[in-house]
Design a protein around this ligand. Structure first.
Ligand code: TGC
Ligand code: FAD
Length: 393
């Protein structure tokens, strides 16, 4: 078996469709993940600890806000490059991809797209360098799939806005230097604001005891009469459309990322199956094992083609939110099914921490829920087909 074909399956020669620049950035992130993530990630996951050093190193690689123009510290790369970076990070672990996609799509993107020139200059270069860590507060304790019903509020106090409320299940919150937060103004319009660590009344308690994304810090954002200077409001957006546009970017990145996790599981199962003998034969020689492997490769290949096409549409700025939902839903589910099948190929060894499969599987249980659940994305497709929003009462 050719090691590269096992580790990085490319059955339909999609590599030939990528630019030299795309392959260069992909290969440098792949190399970094092999050197800096894979050797330590199990230890961090076992200890439920966040590998904080990685943010700076991802900044050095150009993996944070890669699509942000260079004048703001980004790498000025295209959407295909962004996706490939997410794929390589998630081959290492979904936690690392989560940190990077929140920073890129949910923090840097809204500041770039909706922020003032001063906000862009103040925040983007330090976020791109990984010097500052950002988080994104949309979900609340009582409002997950239905963010439009959020209760967090800002009240105009003349010189400043007063923010009250809380956000729940927030990636990076315990370690963030700033948070892009969505709250309603007195007119009931959703507004975006940048809340900075150190502001009085702003706290970020951690959520402990997760069985998933254990190498990522998740927590709350709590606002108790926080005074938000007016210059911290994102001036160029009003309405739920603002956070949803950020989600389009993040969901697109996730649809790429999970292919990395799926490939890591598939490669592990394939290698194990040729080495493990039962009934005096490699288990890879049994038809039922081959069925599993053949189906995994087929599903990975279909997911790669789907996301490559979506990447070209994103580069042309013509991808619709519903197309992104379809890719997020399909590819995450594909990766989760492959993690489950791969685990079975390894028998008891599949549950062992000596292999990455169970870690990927547990991570993917979050990925199938966050950024819109599997079912919500199906209903978004249903709405696109029929014109009827089945999620509304
Ligand atoms: P609805 O009435 O349909 O829409 C309200 C306004 O928003 C616009 N809109 C979008 N705009 C751009 N892109 C999209 N994808 C959009 N979806 C909706 C819409 O056009 C409308 O605009 P306007 O101008 O007419 O006001 O909204 P709804 O209240 O019925 O809700 C439907 C919706 C789409 C919000 C819901 O189906 C949904 O997607 N829920 C899922 C919530 C979600 O994904 N939360 C994610 C939180 S962040 C997170 O999970 C980060 S994890 C990060 C990590 O660690 O990687
Ligand atoms: P609910 O909305 O309560 O849904 C529960 C179940 O009901 C789901 O199966 C759902 O599909 C179903 N359901 C809900 N409404 C309908 C409907 N109309 N029709 C049919 N079924 C329905 N959020 C952030 O804002 N920022 C973050 O950084 C962030 N990071 C996260 C990190 C992790 C590890 C996790 C697990 C979550 C994170 N989230 C974040 C929150 C995430 O986006 C929400 O968990 C997700 O949107 C679902 O909301 P919920 O958990 O409240 O589930």
């Amino acid at each position: 078996m050719n090691k590269q074909i096992v580790l990085h399956p490319d059955y339909y020669q999609i590599d030939a469709l990528l630019s030299a620049e795309n392959k260069l950035i992909r290969n440098s992130v792949r190399d970094w993940v092999d050197r800096r993530v894979k050797p330590v990630i199990d230890d961090y996951a076992h200890r439920h600890a966040n590998p904080e050093f990685m943010m700076r190193e991802m900044g050095e690689l150009g993996a944070l806000g890669p699509f942000i123009p260079t004048k703001y510290g980004g790498a000025g790369l295209d959407q295909m490059a962004y996706g490939l970076i997410m794929q390589e990070l998630e081959r290492g672990d979904s936690s690392i991809r989560s940190s990077a996609s929140v920073q890129s799509s949910l923090v840097m993107y809204p500041i770039f797209a909706f922020g003032s020139e001063e906000q862009k200059q103040k925040f983007l270069p330090k976020l791109a360098a990984g010097e500052w860590v950002g988080s994104f507060g949309l979900t609340e304790p009582n409002h997950g799939s239905d963010p439009g019903s959020m209760e967090s509020k800002i009240v105009d106090k003349g010189d400043y806005f007063e923010l009250n409320g809380s956000k729940m299940w927030i990636t990076n919150s315990p370690v963030c230097d700033l948070a892009v937060v969505w709250a309603k103004d007195e007119a009931g319009k959703v507004r975006g604001l940048v809340v900075e660590r150190g502001m009085d009344g702003f706290t970020t308690p951690e959520i402990h005891q997760k069985w998933s994304l254990r190498a990522s810090a998740t927590g709350e954002l709590v606002f108790d009469n926080v005074k938000i200077p007016k210059e911290n409001i994102l001036p160029n957006i009003k309405g739920l459309k603002g956070p949803m546009m950020c989600l389009n970017s993040a969901r697109y990145g996730i649809a790429w990322g999970v292919i990395g996790a799926a490939e890591d599981c598939y490669a592990t199962a394939l290698q194990y199956s040729v080495e493990r003998k039962q009934f005096n034969k490699a288990i890879a020689s049994f038809q039922l094992t081959q069925k599993k492997l053949a189906e995994m490769l087929t599903e990975i290949t279909k997911a790669q083609l789907l996301i490559w096409r979506l990447g070209t549409l994103r580069n042309e700025n013509t991808a619709t939110p519903a197309q992104i939902s379809m890719a997020k839903r399909n590819n995450v589910n594909m990766a989760l099914q492959i993690a489950r099948e791969s685990r079975q190929v390894l028998g008891a060894m599949g549950i062992s921490g000596d292999f990455p499969i169970m870690r990927h599987m547990m991570n993917l249980e979050s990925v199938i829920t966050y950024e819109g659940t599997h079912d919500i994305h199906m209903l978004i497709t249903g709405l696109d087909i029929t014109g009827i929003a089945a999620f509304k009462g």
